[in-house]
Design a protein around this ligand. Structure first.
Ligand code: DAH
Length: 330
């Protein structure tokens, strides 16, 4: 009997020590199996009980229970401590040091050309206009013919055109959107059409073969030149400033009659900023409107020119180069 009791005491000491120095929940589970499992050391020792006398058995039995409880308590305690340490380590790893300097992420900006278009659209939408768009690859009809510019018209020389194989062309102006829109809508019409246009221009500080325009069109009963003047003046003053001097000069466009060019006085000089006029009766007839009932006005301008004037940009090419040193200024 003494040898079994000694074995129990030995197991108790060794197990408690091993448990105390275990470092993970996995290790702990291995130790539990090793000492208390079905085939563990405690069971192994108790197998020797068969050889004991009936008086000795309860003594060994109760000692075995004491050892079992003690080992179990050690296991639980160690488990608790390991879990606690795990939680503390996690909290430490996940805590945020609010005194650390932040990571600087630069904010994107609106490109100056889009900035101008956004402002123009805001102003005209505020005046009740709807945004319209059309294709950049156009037919001769929409770009010229329906705009009162037949094939032999000298005004075609005003806009050197990129022709595509097969007879289509890259639109030279957003005026083509006027025709497309009128074909599919009945008056009253008030639209604003921003878009990219193309011309066979040699690129220099003030010219680009690809640039952006905005087209304005209003058709209704009884629209007069004073409506055009008032609208353009309100628009330009909202764009450039309230007491901006604006002047209208007579001009010529095939699709308007009468036609005008508009200048603004900007930093001491008159600058031409847009073309406009009353929609020519031939254009109204081309889309099936009766010019005896409806009149209208139209206007168009280059977005690059507006951006250059507003932001004092000296070279149009800066608007296309994506140079961040330039773009960061807007
Ligand atoms: N389409 C003309 C151009 O590209 C600009 C223009 C002038 C548009 C007069 C108009 C207008 O709508 O009425 O030069």
């Amino acid at each position: 009997m003494t040898s079994i009791l000694e074995q129990l005491t030995e197991l108790n000491t060794v197990a408690v020590k091993a448990i105390a120095s275990s470092n993970s929940l996995d290790d702990l589970e291995q130790l539990r199996l090793k000492y208390l499992g079905k085939k563990g050391e405690l069971s192994q020792i108790l197998r020797g009980m068969g050889k004991l006398s009936p008086e000795e058995r309860p003594v060994v039995g109760s000692q075995a229970n004491v050892v079992k409880e003690e080992v179990q308590t050690s296991l639980e305690q160690r488990k608790h401590n390991l879990l606690q340490a795990q939680i503390e380590a996690q909290i430490k790893a996940e805590s945020i040091d609010v005194t650390m300097p932040g990571v600087n992420r630069p904010l994107g900006r609106i490109h100056p050309l889009n900035g101008v278009v956004d402002r123009v659209l805001d102003i005209f939408v505020g005046l009740g206009y709807t945004v319209a768009t059309g294709p950049q690859i156009e037919t001769d009809y929409y770009n010229f013919e329906a705009l009162n510019t037949p094939a032999d018209h000298p005004a075609r020389d005003m806009q050197d055109t990129f022709y595509l194989p097969g007879g289509n062309l890259l639109r030279t102006h957003t005026s083509s959107v006027q025709i497309r829109y009128m074909e599919n809508h009945q008056p009253p019409i008030r639209i604003i059409a921003p878009g990219r246009v193309y011309r066979r221009d040699t690129v220099d500080a003030t010219h680009s073969a690809v640039f952006n325009q905005v087209e304005i069109l209003a058709i209704d009963r009884g629209l007069k030149f004073t409506d055009l003047k008032g609208t353009i003046k309100v628009f330009l003053q909202q764009m450039f400033g309230d007491d901006l001097p604006v002047q209208f000069r007579t001009s010529y466009f095939p699709f308007t009659e009468p036609s005008a060019e508009v200048d603004v006085q900007w930093r001491g000089q008159w600058l031409e900023v847009m073309g406009c006029g009353m929609v020519d009766p031939n254009v109204l007839e081309a889309v099936g409107y009766d010019p005896e009932i409806y009149t209208g006005f139209a206007a168009g301008f280059g977005v690059e020119r507006f951006a250059m004037v507003l932001h004092q940009i000296d070279d149009i090419r800066r608007l296309y180069n994506s140079d961040l040193r330039f773009l960061n200024q807007f």
